[in-house]
Write a protein that binds this ligand. Structure first.
Ligand SMILES: [Zn+2]
Length: 259
């Protein structure tokens, strides 16, 4: 989180590239490739994945329970895709646990993280070469056959930098698949990084916040906040104005009465 300022500067350059390469980008509205409501599915057609260099793809559709801390009614919901690269150090269990934590935080806005779709896959040549250079990130997002967003990529930064960053749409009209992605390096689990932040802080909640609030900016105020710029004020608190924006995000949908 505190490292993402520098990264954001980099992203401006990256985004410039996005606008250049966006002409062949696909619409973001298509649904996942997995079928039905099965709890654990291997996709029947892996040819697109294989053609793009991914092997042994396993997809798990995980419903996230509504927070036990939540006392009022949920009105909105969203879900996200989580790509876990084998050999990155990230595990399936961790990714689920971290989603449950993020769900607790968004419950403050009556927003339910309904589920996550975990895509466990061997790494492609591009993802092995991740180094937060524009090209590898862009190629990866173009090649991975997941169209829905948000998408979080859990990876291993070969430079061991503590990096978590998000790519909000902002004012861009581009449909490039890089938009609305989040990047989580395994290095954010290091003690040195964890010690900088309060226990209540969630990387997932914060980075999703960048997408749902559609901004790369942080909060500067005397109050703690999940998007706060200052490490020791970066907690799990979302204020009412932020909740309003989040509920109106195009990435979030209204819960119908029947649900
Ligand atoms: Zn941030």
């Amino acid at each position: 989180m505190n490292y993402d300022i520098a990264i954001k500067n980099l992203l401006c350059a990256v985004f410039y590239m996005c606008s250049i390469v966006s002409s062949d980008a696909q619409a973001q509205s298509s649904k996942f490739l997995y079928a039905g409501n099965s709890n654990s599915v291997s996709i029947s057609n892996t040819s697109e994945w294989n053609a793009n260099g991914f092997t042994d793809v396993i997809i798990q559709d995980v419903q996230i329970p509504k927070s036990y801390k939540h006392t009022s009614e949920y009105t909105h919901k969203f879900e996200y895709a989580a790509v876990v690269l084998r050999g990155s150090g990230w595990t399936y269990d961790e990714v689920v646990k971290r989603a449950v934590r993020a769900e607790e935080i968004y419950s403050q806005c009556n927003v339910w993280i309904e589920g996550i779709q975990i895509f466990l896959t061997d790494q492609s040549n591009e993802s092995r070469a991740f180094s937060h250079k524009e090209k590898t990130d862009l190629i990866f997002t173009k090649n991975i056959p997941i169209k829905s967003r948000p998408m979080i990529i859990y990876f291993n930064d070969d430079k061991d930098r503590n990096i978590a960053y998000a790519v909000p749409r902002k004012n861009r009209k581009s449909q490039h698949p890089y938009i609305n992605t989040i990047w989580m390096s395994i290095a954010i689990k290091t003690l040195a990084y964890q010690k900088l932040l309060p226990n209540t802080y969630s990387d997932e909640a914060h980075e999703l916040g960048h997408l749902l609030l559609n901004t790369t900016k942080h909060v500067f105020s005397n109050e703690e906040n999940f998007m706060h710029e200052i490490d020791n004020l970066a907690t799990d608190r979302i204020n009412t104005d932020q909740c309003e924006i989040i509920r109106n995000s195009p990435l979030v949908s209204l819960i119908k009465d029947t649900e």
